[in-house]
Design a protein around this ligand. Structure first.
Ligand SMILES: Cc1cc2nc3c(=O)[nH]c(=O)nc-3n(C[C@H](O)[C@H](O)[C@H](O)COP(=O)(O)OP(=O)(O)OC[C@H]3O[C@@H](n4cnc5c(N)ncnc54)[C@H](O)[C@@H]3O)c2cc1C
Length: 431
């Protein structure tokens, strides 16, 4: 193999989706993945009969095309679930989303949040200086200070005044006055937000989607670390060989990709410093228990819990644990750059896990602990991002390089976005 029309870097969902559409379009392509197995963040891990993903990887669809592709691939193997998720706040379980369930707060807090909402509602701005400004003025200071700000600060571990607002459109819906009035009652507003309904594979975690796609693919190379990309001569170096391309599709994280380029881009180290991100340390538990738990996931805005979210795999599919009296959970702890004192962290998290009232040490025992580290989990939309991405998109376009996926595009995108973007890019190569 010395020449391919299309070379795809990375075998996560984005790369595999690109390969899938290359197959459909009968394109000459080859994909290179550095790990032993394909899947990237959509891999699942099978340990002693438990299945663990890289935390919850649930399929949400707002795009019919992506939904059809996934349904064609998995058909009867998908289950549909209605979200059962809460915010754990002052020892109470407030249904998610917080802003639509003010009725579950104390009388004082409920009134305070509603008055602040009205205040912001009638003085609505169109421009927000930053995330903090948006949170304080979009739903009002009450909701911002009780949930939006502490939760996002815990997640991003980054000054919220330095995060821009050009990314969360669909994730943070505008609320009507009647919706806020309804939120004052004790009534669960089940079907609100982008993730109120989700889909999940029945048998073996989110990796089942990867297995289903891979059955359609021929030119996948694993254990193939791409160590340089010559953009002028249009070849990659992998396994001690040069492979020339017409088009290069990149899905590997942008900071890693930039380091591979020959010639180096101008001011590489300055650009790398500005591409900021938050990492996630994911502790997975196998649990033996005689308690009932039908929850999907919980949010934790308060500081006494070091994790920002915790979810329960066994409620996505009963096949995620080996036996019926066993449950499984994922804990998400964010960090920036370096995570210190990992042993102490594991001990502290285990105690905190028994502190929110779903499990206690008398009725439940953690029988398995399986940590995973996600380096580039959340891209930070700082003030530099837009400019750098615009510059690079233009530079890549001129050099026949196409970026697909959350970490190559450096954005906040999901699995469905990987599929839609891959399709649009591959189709356009034919035009
Ligand atoms: C905590 C968390 C929770 C999430 N939950 C959801 C969810 O519920 N629903 C949802 O839709 N999305 C979710 N996502 C987003 C989802 O994970 C991503 O959108 C998707 O997995 C991105 O896939 P990708 O292929 O673009 O990237 P990746 O999965 O990162 O794949 C990139 C691949 O490139 C490979 N690679 C890197 N360097 C090289 C090299 N030099 N040579 C060859 N190969 C290389 C890597 O090994 C990897 O396999 C979540 C993300 C996180 C972090």
């Amino acid at each position: 193999m010395t020449q391919k029309k299309i070379i795809i870097l990375g075998g996560g969902l984005s790369g595999l989706a690109a390969a899938y559409f290359c197959e459909q379009q009968k394109q000459d392509y080859a994909l290179f993945e550095k790990e032993e197995k394909i899947g990237g963040l959509c891999k699942s891990h099978y340990i002693d009969g438990f299945t663990f993903d890289y935390t919850g990887h649930l399929l949400h669809f707002t795009n019919d095309f992506a939904k059809k592709i996934v349904f064609d691939l998995l058909a009867e193997e998908l289950t549909e679930k209605t979200r059962n998720s809460y915010i754990f706040y002052k020892k109470k379980f407030i249904p998610f989303p917080f802003q639509q369930h003010l009725g579950y707060l104390s009388e004082n807090e409920k009134i305070q949040c509603f008055i602040d909402f009205l205040d912001s509602y009638f003085t609505k701005k169109n421009n927000y200086k930053n995330f903090e400004d948006w949170a304080l003025t979009f739903y009002g200071a009450g909701i911002a200070k009780k949930f939006m700000l502490p939760y996002n600060l815990k997640l991003y571990k980054y000054d919220l005044k330095k995060i821009t607002t050009d990314w969360f459109g669909a994730y943070m819906p505008q609320l009507k006055l009647y919706e806020m009035l309804k939120s004052l009652t004790i009534q669960k507003n089940q079907y609100c937000g982008y993730n109120s309904i989700f889909y999940y594979p029945r048998q073996c975690g989110i990796n089942q989607l990867i297995t289903a796609v891979s059955k359609h693919l021929k030119n996948i190379n694993c254990r193939a670390v791409v160590y340089s990309v010559n953009i002028q001569k249009k070849y990659i170096e992998v396994d001690n060989q040069k492979i020339f391309y017409d088009y290069l599709i990149n899905t590997i994280p942008l900071p890693e990709f930039l380091k591979l380029l020959i010639p180096k881009i101008k001011n590489l180290s300055a650009a790398l410093d500005k591409l900021e991100y938050t990492s996630v340390y994911n502790i997975n538990y196998g649990i033996e228990t005689n308690t009932a738990n039908k929850l999907h996931w919980l949010y934790f805005p308060e500081n006494k819990f070091q994790f920002y979210r915790c979810g329960f795999y066994h409620n996505f599919s009963k096949n995620m644990t080996p036996y019926r009296n066993q449950h499984s959970a994922y804990i998400e702890i964010s960090y920036r750059k370096i995570l210190q004192n990992i042993n102490d962290l594991h001990r502290a998290i285990k105690n905190q896990f028994f502190d929110f009232g779903v499990y206690n040490k008398k009725n439940s025992k953690i029988i398995l602990e399986f940590p995973l580290d996600i380096k580039y989990a959340y891209v930070i939309y700082n003030k530099h991002r837009k400019k750098i991405i615009e510059y690079l998109s233009d530079y890549f376009f001129k050099n026949s390089i196409i970026s697909i996926g959350r970490y190559a595009e450096w954005n906040y995108s999901s699995m469905q976005d990987s599929i839609v973007t891959a399709y649009n890019k591959i189709i356009n190569l034919n035009k």
